[in-house]
Every structure is written in structure tokens, then in C-alpha cells.
Ligand binder design. Structure first.
Ligand code: SF4
Length: 222
């Protein structure tokens, strides 16, 4: 729970800064006074996230987009953050990118959305679809880490540079790293392009196809 503790401490320091403090001897946030344990079921974790105001994205979001799919999915898909359609519906990947993602899952892996679990680095929409800031991503990370712990996927597919970077801390460019196979905790991790990139650059679909074929090969070993 170190991440959540750090996030809460960081939030408190930002609030003090906004109030004009440069140095403070105000007693910082006390871990023992607040229950830092995140719930141990996806349902309860989602309930907690739905009322989260830990970062500034809570001010502009319509709905928290926690994630959806099988709670025991072998494959966890992680994108960057909700877009406008997701923000209105509360569901991840439901716009044009989502349609493309569903098609790829079905056509290459023979899986429906209900067979996998889909979520994002941040659960609330960044205004104008900008990339989440490091503070936002870091503040939201305890939810993602708990999702990974509870779902215990065999494989994590990160979509786009932001998801890969914020999850692993590695800032290698996505064109270089896509399709490579990594280990993340107990799971295999494969980064690939984000479907929204494919909508703008359809020629990159063949590379994602190759990456998904790697996933398919790994699935044969399960
Ligand atoms: S993005 Fe994450 S940390 Fe920020 S308010 Fe939403 S749920 Fe909370």
C-alpha cells in the first residue's frame, strides 16, 4: 500500500501548496489513522473507485470508468484513459477504438470482450483526451495494481506508449518495444499499438496482428 500512501501524501502536499505553503510543519498525512487497505474484491474496489476524488481528473469526469470483463480473465488489456464516449457511458473502449479492439480480439484470438478484462491507466477522462500526467497516473495506480492482483491474469496486453510506460516505468518508444515479450509480476506482458493509433494509421494493423499472433501462441501453452 506504499503507492496509495504516497498518492495521499502527494495529494496533501499539493493542497498545501495551493493554499500558499512553501514549507510546512503541518503534520503530514498519518497512515495509521486511515484505513489504507483497498478492498479484496473487484466489486468493492470498483465501488471505492466510483467515489474517488484523489486526483484532479475527478473534477471534470462524468463517470469513473473502472473496467469490465471477466474477473478471472487470462488476458488483461490496459489502455491509456477513458475518452468522451467512455466518460459518458462508464464503460472502457466503447467508441471507434473499442469497436476495432473487439474485432481484433474476435478475429485473431477468437475471444469476446467478456472473455478478457479491459481497463485503463487512469479511470477518469483527462480533459480533451490529453495524456494523463505522471501525478494522475501515479495517483490512480493503486487501483490498477489491485485489479492486476485480484484478476491475476496470465497475460497483460498494454495498448499504446502511455499504458506501457506508466505500468512498467520503461520509457522505450512504442515502435521499438511493441511485440516484445516481458514479465510483469507473475504475468507475461506484451505491448502493442493503441487502437486509436490504428484508426489514424491503418497500415500499422499488420504489426498489431503479428503481436496478437504472439499472444495466440502463448495461449496454446495455457
Ligand atoms: S483518475 Fe483515478 S485517482 Fe484520479 S479521481 Fe479518477 S479514480 Fe481517482
Amino acid at each position: 500500500m506504499k503507492n496509495l500512501h504516497n498518492a495521499l501524501l502527494l495529494k496533501q502536499l499539493y493542497q498545501l501548496k495551493q493554499l500558499g505553503y512553501k514549507y510546512t510543519d503541518v503534520t503530514p498525512y498519518q497512515e495509521e489513522k486511515i484505513d489504507l487497505l483497498l478492498p479484496d474484491t473487484l466489486k468493492s474496489l470498483q465501488k471505492q473507485a466510483m467515489t474517488c476524488h484523489l486526483c484532479d481528473l475527478s473534477k471534470s469526469r462524468k463517470k469513473v470508468v473502472f473496467g469490465e470483463g471477466s474477473p478471472h480473465a487470462d488476458i488483461l488489456i490496459i489502455g491509456e484513459g477513458p475518452g468522451a464516449t467512455e466518460d459518458s457511458s462508464g464503460k472502457p473502449f466503447v467508441g471507434r477504438s473499442g469497436e476495432l479492439l473487439s474485432k481484433m480480439l474476435e478475429n485473431v484470438l477468437g475471444l469476446s470482450r467478456a472473455d478478457v478484462y479491459i481497463t485503463n491507466i487512469v479511470k477518469c477522462r483527462p480533459p480533451n483526451n490529453r495524456v494523463p500526467t505522471p501525478t494522475e497516473a501515479h495517483t490512480c495506480q493503486p487501483y490498477l495494481l489491485k485489479q492486476i492482483e485480484l484478476i491475476a491474469p496470465k497475460l497483460i496486453l498494454t495498448l499504446g506508449a502511455t499504458a506501457y510506460h506508466y505500468l512498467t516505468g520503461d520509457d522505450t518508444g512504442i515502435t521499438k518495444v511493441r511485440g516484445t515479450v516481458h514479465t510483469y509480476k507473475k504475468a507475461t506482458l506484451i505491448p502493442t499499438y493503441h487502437p486509436s493509433y490504428l484508426l489514424r494509421n491503418p497500415s500499422a494493423k499488420k504489426e498489431v496482428f503479428e503481436d496478437l499472433l504472439k499472444v495466440k501462441e502463448l495461449m496454446k501453452q495455457w
